[in-house]
Design a protein around this ligand. Structure first.
Ligand SMILES: NC(=O)c1ccc[n+]([C@@H]2O[C@H](COP(=O)([O-])OP(=O)(O)OC[C@H]3O[C@@H](n4cnc5c(N)ncnc54)[C@H](O)[C@@H]3O)[C@@H](O)[C@H]2O)c1
Length: 443
């Protein structure tokens, strides 16, 4: 198929590169000319494992980029909308979605053939049919369901694993206003013969995405609430959670006696809080949407509140052990909101670094991938080091904020040094007995 993708961020670019690799003819559209130029040079504007190889293999034969939305829509059969949907502090901000719907509608006015418009961005239930569809109709002067199709196809990729997730989907959701729209989506993804498909309406498709993210965020905040209780009960939450995980409903036992450890169990684990471009904003948007619809949304409101308090736990532990930290050398390990990505949006590291700097600590940081992004946002509040070893040098305390695999070597590295800095494990990823002075969330 000939596909145009509007919005070339994490979702748009990964989807575009993968769809091109699967044989579709893809044009990525973005308002940012710098991004467009980078893609044309096969230079990935974001870090994502495997993306470089996909650009090398598909640009420019099957994948091109442009700022010209009109031309891209006119020259394609199907358009995916993958622009950002931030939370504006009150509700989901649909300004990018509305702008793009308007421009696609204007292009459709010039088009003779049937065209399929798909919302891929995460939007609250009702957005595709009640916001996007009317704008498309008004701007094109045409009728949805007759002259063009409308659909919603939520994206479930996880940053860091994005290409694998796209290429080996666990499910694909086709939300369409009619059978023809759903069939057009099915055609786009027809190579994924064995993946489970959900054929539904756009609002249900929208709700599936929010429900999945809100459930995972709830598991994390639930674990953190238990962790905070454990910490004042002289109980180690890591041991408590390991005991919980062994419930056969969480980790089923096969006939061979082997345990299966489902992925969701990793969300039932304590830490310094969730971040990223999805969980915080999606849960907040769903709470606001629910409350505007007359539903109190108490549980999900608490999920956010627990999460907002979690980074401060790192500072509390630090001050409990060291007292006044003004002038102390404190090292923060990890700024990305999770391993495998350079995305620092809403990363719990950011409020931790801000708090350390505000208290007068001398903050040093290391992140294997996200340094560039972090320096841009944090400026001179933090000094970045090139290597993990350099970052550890002279530290009075180390705050482990992102579960990068290289941080597993910390016990060995610290054992070689002469000083024994305090290590506070914000991800509970190290053995608590492997470091001289260890503290951690929920311990
Ligand atoms: N990042 C993820 O892991 C993830 C996963 C699933 C779903 N989502 C959802 O997908 C959507 C996109 O997220 P993202 O992380 O890729 O966002 P992003 O901020 O990385 O990318 C959005 C892109 O859209 C471009 N853009 C904005 N207005 C435009 C316009 N008028 N025309 C063309 N381009 C325009 C921006 O320049 C930017 O490059 C959001 O709704 C998000 O919630 C994200």
């Amino acid at each position: 198929m000939k596909v145009s993708i509007v919005g070339t961020g994490y979702v748009g670019l990964v989807s575009g590169a993968c769809l091109a690799h699967l044989g579709h003819q893809v044009t990525c559209v973005d308002i940012d000319p710098a991004k467009v130029e980078m893609i044309a040079r096969k230079d990935p504007p974001i870090y994502e494992k495997g993306l470089q190889e996909l650009l090398d293999a598909n640009v420019p034969e099957r994948l091109t980029a442009t700022t010209d939305l009109r031309a891209a829509v006119l020259d394609s059969d199907l358009s995916l909308i993958a622009v950002g949907t931030p939370f504006d502090g009150q509700i989901i901000d649909l300004k990018f979605i509305k702008q793009v719907a308007q421009e696609i509608g204007e292009a459709l006015a010039e088009k003779d053939s049937w065209h399929m418009v798909v919302v891929k961005s995460t939007v609250v239930p009702g957005t595709t049919t009640d916001v996007v569809l009317p704008i498309l109709e008004q701007a094109s002067g045409k009728k949805a369901g007759i002259d063009f199709g409308v659909g919603m196809n939520p994206e479930f990729l996880r940053e860091g694993e994005a290409i694998e997730d796209f290429m080996e989907p666990d499910r694909i959701v086709f939300g369409g206003i009619d059978e023809r729209s759903i069939d057009a989506l099915a055609e786009l993804y027809e190579v994924f013969e064995t993946a489970d498909k959900v054929r539904t309406d756009p609002s249900t498709a929208e709700m599936i995405k929010y429900t999945a993210n809100s459930l995972l965020a709830t598991l994390i905040s639930f674990s953190n609430e238990i962790a905070n209780l454990c910490a004042v009960q002289r109980v180690d939450v890591a041991e408590a959670m390991q005991g919980v995980h062994l419930d056969r409903r969480f980790s089923p036992i096969l006939e061979t006696g082997e345990r299966v450890r489902p992925g969701f169990v990793s969300y039932v684990w304590p830490g310094a809080g969730f971040g990223g471009s999805c969980f915080p904003k999606d849960v907040k948007a769903l709470v606001a949407h629910g409350e505007n619809s007359g539903i109190p949304m108490q549980l999900l409101r608490s999920v956010i509140e627990v999460n907002n308090r979690q980074p401060q736990k790192m500072i509390d532990m630090l001050e409990k052990e060291l007292g006044n930290i003004a002038g102390s050398d404190i090292t923060v390990l990890g700024v990305a909101f999770k391993p495998g990505t350079d995305d620092i949006r809403e990363s719990p590291s950011l409020p931790v670094i801000e708090a350390l700097a505000a208290k007068g600590a001398k903050v040093t940081a290391f992140d294997p991938i996200a340094r560039h992004e972090a320096e841009h946002v944090l400026g001179d509040r933090v000094i970045f080091r090139d290597t993990l070893e350099d970052a550890l040098n002279g530290a009075k305390a180390i705050l482990l904020m992102t579960a990068w695999p290289e941080f597993r070597d910390l016990p060995e590295m610290l054992a070689k040094g002469e000083s024994a800095p305090l290590l506070i494990d914000g991800r509970r990823m190290l053995n608590k007995n492997s470091v001289d002075r260890y503290a951690g969330i929920g311990l």
